[in-house]
Design a protein around this ligand. Structure first.
Ligand code: RB5
Length: 142
């Protein structure tokens, strides 16, 4: 599975720590930026990630800003994107089972590395349930 990651300056540190964490397991995340702590605008980062996902360059995106809120709002403006802020372990499971999120979102200033790694793990191990949930997703993209 190909996973892309991107963050604004509020999520830069968490992005770097996630990359290091997965590198140790031999998993390379495709880093779409930002590449320093200099201030950037999260809608620009979200747009870059959404383009990547919608062109099927990656199977899943990870987006990070300070809270996860701004960058998820921006990503969800793009048709075909289902960006979910994984603010708890239960939500990490449900974001896959019910919403089949194609971008998962975290807060670099509100969540710890351990919490985020745990939620990514739960999300990846969960399965989309389809059925009525598939019908609802379809309605959003019509
Ligand atoms: C940037 O300072 C901050 O506003 C941004 O990272 C995010 O938290 C917005 O929702």
């Amino acid at each position: 599975m190909k996973i892309a990651i991107a963050a604004d300056h509020g999520g830069f540190e968490l992005k770097e720590n996630l990359k290091k964490h997965y590198e140790k397991q031999g998993i390379i995340l495709d880093d779409l930026g930002t590449y320093s702590t200099d201030s950037v605008d999260y809608p620009d980062i979200a747009e870059k990630m959404c383009k990547n996902i919608l062109e099927s360059s990656s199977d899943l995106g990870i987006l990070i800003c300070g809270t996860g809120i701004g960058i998820s709002i921006a990503a969800n403006r793009h048709k075909g994107i289902r960006a979910a802020v994984l603010y708890s372990d239960d939500v990490a499971r449900l974001a896959k089972e019910h919403n089949n999120a194609n971008i998962i979102v975290f807060g670099g200033r509100t969540m710890t590395l351990d919490e985020v790694v745990g939620r990514i793990d739960i999300f990846l191990k969960s399965e989309f349930q389809g059925g009525r949930h598939g019908c609802r997703i379809g309605k959003m993209d019509d």
